[in-house]
Each structure stands twice: as structure tokens, then as C-alpha cells.
Design a protein around this ligand. Structure first.
Ligand code: ASP
Ligand code: MG
Length: 410
């Protein structure tokens, strides 16, 4: 007998038919003899619709009241699911965050879980009852309702799995796992049998939007194996855990990309201590998150200083850069909002050289110019012109052998 937390996302709960189908999937696990706790998102686009209502009433909704409103979506889905499970002959009980006692800090709309009390959950499980817990919500020390940010039910699922020492947190969704890259761009993309937490963090943050990034951090911190599964419950999905893949597994596990990029370059920056700082300070004081940074070697006492920012912040970043350029006596400010980022990710890079060389070779062969680069132990990211994005992702996917099923893994 295993203990599972099964979390269903909004698209898997879009209608009452979906809820009944999900109840069947849960029932199957129970019939197989497993213990199950369920965590649910709100049905379909409920949260978006609630948010739209709030915005129609107030341009800047009060955060406490917004939490009160948004948390109502999950109340609907858990009650319906408990009823559906009862119809199938399984005792089930819906529970809101405050009934479980999912305790959080007081930061409305992006609260962090501090503790999940297990007494009530354990009692239900012990009595053979399936607890059906509202995702995305908790309470703070003053019993105020809090929510965890969009997609926050994933974090509820993982937090419950950690607290209940579950064997696995299963995330049931409308895709059947994590892919080597976006299959809409590369039809040859394959489902990965397993990835590590670290790889998933890189793949998630770079746009493989399968899981809320915070839930992956949480899972890594508490070592909770997470399995992304199709909401039909069929198949093996993708297991996200600490385990490193086989030695024969490919060096690169996946390729993530993002179109949401822009580049700013300040030319003719006098090569003096403090000038880079002056630029970055003004940008970060405006809460713009800088991603890549490149400074070339000085020639005749001047350097070019480039950085990338989210595309929606491009105009503001250009303004700030122009002001900073005047202050430090630099030259023109150039920029582009039609750039994209590609990242090749894989824990295998730790022990294999030459990934960057292959990446540059492939891009050179395709005539794609690299504008910026950043690396970590398990990732190499490049910024390129957006119009070459598809070509580059497809070529890299093939060059790193991701089209073919690995021999040893799987
Ligand atoms: N219903 C919330 C949202 O859409 C939480 C979730 O789905 O995970 O963001
Ligand atoms: Mg949702």
C-alpha cells in the first residue's frame, strides 16, 4: 500500500463531467489499495473569471478581499468532488485550508506555507475517508484567508505530500508529462521518464509551464517525489525526484525557450568601477528583474554593457538606461524587443564537456547569431533574434539527440 496525494488542475475539472471522470481516477487508486488525499484547483477558468470581476469593481482590489474572493473557486470544486466520490461509494470529505489548517504568512495573494497540520488529515485517512482539500489557500496567524499565487494548488499538493510523508505527489493535468521541449514547436519532442528537481526548476522557469515553480522548490527542499501524469491516470508520466538519470542518459535533458525577452545595450561606458552598478541599481530600484548581463573587454577605456529584461519592461528599462547613460557619461543606448532566449538543460552537463561548443556549432551552421550567453552548472542559455527561434530550437533538439528515445533511460 502506498500513500499518494493526487492533485488535479483546473483544466482537468472544467465541467461536472470532468469532475466525475477525475473521481473515477481517484477511485481506481483506492481500489488498488492505496491511501489517497486529494488536492484540487478551481474548475476551469474560474479563477480568471473571479479576477475579472474583481477588476471590474476595483482597479486595485484590496488584497485581503481578493483572497476572500479567489479562494471561493476551490470551495466549489472540492465540494463537488467529495459528492462525486461518495456516488462511487467512497467516503470523502471536502476541506478548506482553515479546516486542514494550512498555516501561512500574512502576505495576501502570494502567501507562503509555514506549516500543514496533519491531525485532521491523518484522522480522515485512518477512518478510510478521502480528504479532498482546497488547493491554493491557507490561513495566517490571525485566521485571515490567504492564497499562494496563480497555480498555487501545485504547492498545496506538494506541501500536503511532505506533511503526510506521502510516497508521491501526483500532479494530474492535461499533458501526460514533461517534454524535452514544447511539442507544439517540435513535433518530435518526447516525454521524459524522469527529471531531477534542479532540471525541472530550469525547465519550469524557462517556460515549460507544467508546474508552479514554487512547488518544485518546495518538493526539492522536502524531497517529495512529484509525478506529472495525464488526468486520465493512464501512463507513467514524468517522475521529478533527486535521482540522477542513468549514465547513458543524454547529457541534455530538455530545451526551454522564452519569447518574453528584450535586450538593452549601453555603448561607450567609461571603464570605471561603479558604472555597471549605477545602471543595474536604477533598473532594480524600478523592480525590473535583470536576467542576462554581458560586458565586453574594455577597448580604449570604454565598454559596452548589455542586459536582458522581460519584454513588458523594455520601454521602462530603455528609459532608465538612457538616464543612467547620461549620468555616467556613456554613449548611445541601443535595444531590441524582438529577441528570444533558448536554454539547454541537463544535469549530465556537470560531467560532460562540449555542450556549449555543440550549441554554438549548431547555431553557427544555421546562421543564427548569439547576442548574449549565460551559463550555470546544468544550463546554457543564449539570447538570439526571435525570428530564428523555431529553427534554433528544432536544430538543437535534433543535435542533442532528443528526438530519439534514450537507450538506457526509460
Ligand atoms: N485556481 C488557482 C489558479 O488558477 C490555483 C491553481 O489553479 O493552482 O491560479
Ligand atoms: Mg487554475
Amino acid at each position: 500500500m502506498a500513500r499518494y496525494v493526487m492533485k488535479f488542475g483546473g483544466s482537468s475539472l472544467a465541467t461536472v463531467e470532468h469532475i466525475r471522470a477525475a473521481a473515477e481516477v481517484i477511485a481506481r487508486q483506492r481500489r488498488a489499495g492505496h491511501e489517497v488525499a486529494v488536492v484540487l484547483s478551481a474548475m476551469g477558468d474560474t479563477t480568471d473569471e473571479l479576477l475579472a470581476k474583481a477588476m471590474a469593481v476595483s482597479g486595485r482590489p484590496n488584497p485581503r478581499e481578493l483572497d476572500m474572493l479567489l479562494s471561493s473557486g476551490e470551495q466549489v470544486s472540492v465540494a463537488l468532488m467529495a459528492m462525486a466520490l461518495r456516488e462511487l461509494g467512497f467516503p470523502a470529505r471536502s476541506l478548506l485550508g482553515h479546516q486542514v489548517r494550512i498555516l501561512t504568512d500574512s502576505v495576501h495573494c502570494k502567501a507562503r506555507i509555514e506549516k500543514v497540520e496533519t491531525e485532521r488529515l491523518e484522522a480522515e485517512l485512518h477512518a478510510g475517508v478521502i480528504p479532498v482539500v482546497a488547493g491554493f489557500q491557507g490561513i495566517d496567524s490571525l485566521d485571515e484567508v490567504t492564497t499562494f499565487g496563480r497555480g498555487g494548488s501545485d504547492t498545496t499538493g506538494v506541501a500536503l505530500a511532505a506533511a503526510l510523508k506521502a510516497d508521491e505527489c501526483q500532479i494530474l493535468t492535461d499533458v501526460d508529462g514533461v517534454y524535452t521541449t514544447d511539442p507544439r514547436m517540435v513535433p518530435q519532442a518526447r516525454r521524459l521518464a524522469r527529471v531531477t528537481f534542479e532540471e525541472m526548476l530550469e525547465l519550469a522557469s524557462l517556460g515549460s509551464r507544467v508546474l508552479q515553480i514554487r512547488s518544485v522548490q518546495f518538493a526539492g527542499k522536502y524531497n517529495v517525489p512529484v509525478r506529472v501524469l495525464h488526468n486520465s491516470g493512464v501512463g507513467e508520466g514524468t517522475l521529478i525526484s533527486y535521482e540522477e538519470p542513468d549514465v547513458e542518459a543524454p547529457v541534455v535533458s530538455g530545451i526551454a525557450f522564452s519569447r518574453n525577452e528584450a535586450q538593452v545595450t549601453i555603448t561607450g561606458v567609461p571603464d570605471r568601477p561603479g558604472n555597471g552598478y549605477a545602471v543595474l541599481r536604477s533598473v532594480s530600484e524600478s523592480h525590473i528583474v535583470v536576467d542576462m548581463i554581458v560586458m565586453n573587454a574594455p577597448r580604449a577605456g570604454i565598454v559596452d554593457f548589455s542586459f536582458s529584461v522581460p519584454r513588458e519592461e523594455y520601454d521602462q528599462a530603455m528609459e532608465l538606461a538612457r538616464t543612467a547613460a547620461v549620468e555616467i557619461g556613456a554613449g548611445d543606448v541601443l535595444g531590441s524587443a524582438s529577441v528570444a532566449k533558448i536554454s539547454v538543460v541537463g544535469v549530465g552537463m556537470r560531467s560532460h564537456a562540449g555542450v556549449a561548443t555543440t550549441m554554438f556549432e549548431v547555431l553557427a551552421r544555421e546562421g543564427v547569431n548569439v547576442r548574449m550567453v549565460s551559463t550555470s552548472e546544468i544550463k546554457i542559455s543564449v539570447l538570439i533574434e526571435e525570428k530564428y527561434l523555431e529553427l534554433a530550437v528544432r536544430s538543437l533538439h535534433e543535435a542533442f539527440g532528443l528526438d530519439q528515445a534514450p537507450v538506457a533511460a526509460n
